[in-house]
Design a protein. Structure first.
Length: 93
């Protein structure tokens, strides 16, 4: 099962492959803030480190919103991700 790790807290959790990261974040104590939960506000932006394929590729809409949110490499909208492999999530500084 894929593992979600939060380096800032040291917490680590296993989830079902293909599960929505949003569902996990809403049901667990996490350092990631949520806003609209629909990919429109950028509140959930965080640095997501993972192997290719562990989450889906960036969409054009996600790229456009992230360009207005952060310059961080590997930034993603957590509310839009499905987890297929191990990922590490760090809030923006
Ligand atoms: S919570 Fe608004 S874009 Fe993710």
């Amino acid at each position: 099962m894929p593992k979600i790790t939060f380096p800032t807290t040291g917490a680590s959790h296993e989830v079902e492959a293909g599960s929505d990261l949003l569902d996990f974040l809403q049901s667990n104590d996490s350092p990631i803030s949520l806003g609209c939960t629909s990919g429109a506000c950028g509140t959930c932006t965080a640095v997501v480190e993972c192997e290719e394929g562990a989450v889906q590729a960036l969409t054009t809409d996600e790229i456009e919103l992230l360009e207005h949110t952060t310059d961080e490499a590997n930034a993603r909208l957590c509310c839009q991700l499905k987890v297929h492999g191990d990922i590490s999530i760090s809030p923006l500084q």
